[in-house]
Write a protein that binds this ligand. Sequence first.
Ligand code: NAP
Length: 555
Amino acid sequence: MAYVITQRCCNDASCITECPVDCIRPSPKDPDFTTTEMLYIDPQTCIDCGACVDACPVDAIFSEDELSKSLERFRDINAAYFDRHPLEPDMSPLAIPVRPDKSLGTLRVAVIGAGPAACYSADELLKRADVEVEMLEKLPTPYGLVRAGVAPDHPGTKGVTSMFESSFKRQTFQYYLNVEVGKHISHAELLQHHHAVVYAVGASSDRHLGVPGEDLPGSHAATEFVAWYNGHPEYADRTFDLSGERAIIVGNGNVALDVARVLTLGPDELAKTDIADHALEALRNSNIREVVLLGRRGPAQAAYTSSEFLALGYLKNIDVIVDEEDLVLDDASQAAVDDPDAEPSLRLKVALAKEYAAKSADPARKRIVLRYLVSPAEVLGSDKVEGVRIVKNTLVESARGLDAQPTDETETIDAGLVIRSIGYRGVAIEDLPYDERSGTVPNENGRVVVDGEPVRGVYVSGWIKRGPRGVIGSNKTDAEETIHLLLEDFMAGRLEAPTGGRAELAKLLADRQKDIVGRDGWRAIDTEERKRGKDAGRPRVKFTSVDELLQAAKG
Ligand code: NAP
């Protein structure tokens, strides 16, 4: 018997260090670690000890005997990875983490943001040094996209927060929630009170399609819709027209799949989750029966992960529709799939699309339709969205592999709602350099640079460092890289000692923001939300306005 990693895998690799027989791959040292969809356990080597189960922050690992029907296929998915990458013992010397000598005194670091990248950065610092960490976050709540991004029907993924909760109990860690950098404190002031500042602010904006009609009422960014259904206070008052029977989502990444599920799951399923009450109410009255996803490239290039694509097929009372004609691969895609060295996840993506295409649909059920090789050319409508004119694409070779190129063939699809799910985008941070093209802060492995020269004491971690790619646990190795350099700089005397300490910072912030939420305030919010959830048979019922959150923080 072996253990099996399943759909929820967050790639944070906590399981790898705990495995006594080193049978989980890829490891952060492997070249495919940054691109892998998930981690896998070698069934031939696993000794069934279960150490990985305890280490997994999102409960993604099960004994092969206990796999539910929807997860059974992961047994073969784990094994297939090792057919392609036979397990090699890792003989490289153990990397000993750098640890500053006590004689250097207490390192003071401000971490800006409270999402996964910020939390992994703070956690890494707390483990590695005599340190005081101050975490500053604009919202009165921590956890960024874990709270406001992860889909409500993926509660296991949100379990990662319990790992941070226990780490952040230390008195050397301090929350300053409801505090905005640039408004309540400047970058220069942060540096006066800390040796270093780590910006882990994510990518809070969205990308545009640049097609006519994109700004019509009824056309929205997925970032907006996701923040709305997850109860982000800045998006709670948004409205979405759910009166039509069809919605179109542009893009086919995992966010597009999240949005498609939320639009089709139905109120009974959603009512078991922590979805915001306002969204639950709106979706209760929704008429949407069909969601069409527009993928600009083919099924072999789809941006979703195969595990999330597989999970779509197990949604109750929802058909997944794929047209067989869309699955005729061009020569280059076919060659990539047939390549004996092809990643099993690529083959699985194409195989799953074929399985969906072969299934018959029930007109009485809601449906998620996946279209491939199509792009929106225009969002149609006079005063609100009425449809989308799409153009068929072909694939052409490019630097990144195969790119979509429009043909002359067009088609119109009627729809009352259009959601563009074409990726997040980082925004510029005051007083920091910014690369407009990538939407990131220029950096070398986390050290912020200007003209190739490091900016003293300034670091980045997460999506603002590497762009909006990767799952929650990808931020762990990313944070380790940044914090490693920060500690090296501290030990080499490259950081300037702060002129103000913890007490001075507390005073400065208290003078400028009377409603700071600290650890106790967050605990009070969390307890009250969970209590409201328990009363309603849900994990939590979120407060969705800053006023409500501040009231709850006062206990
Ligand atoms: P993504 O994975 O980068 O997908 C973006 C999609 O938009 C792709 O299909 C892309 O097509 C398409 N696109 C981009 N520009 C376009 C244009 N101008 N016209 C038409 N289509 C366009 O981004 P995401 O879905 O926002 O996800 C961000 C990250 O979060 C990903 O790493 C994702 O895996 C992760 N995430 C994970 C989960 C999960 O594990 N459950 C859930 C949510 C998000 P091309 O591929 O052709 O560029």
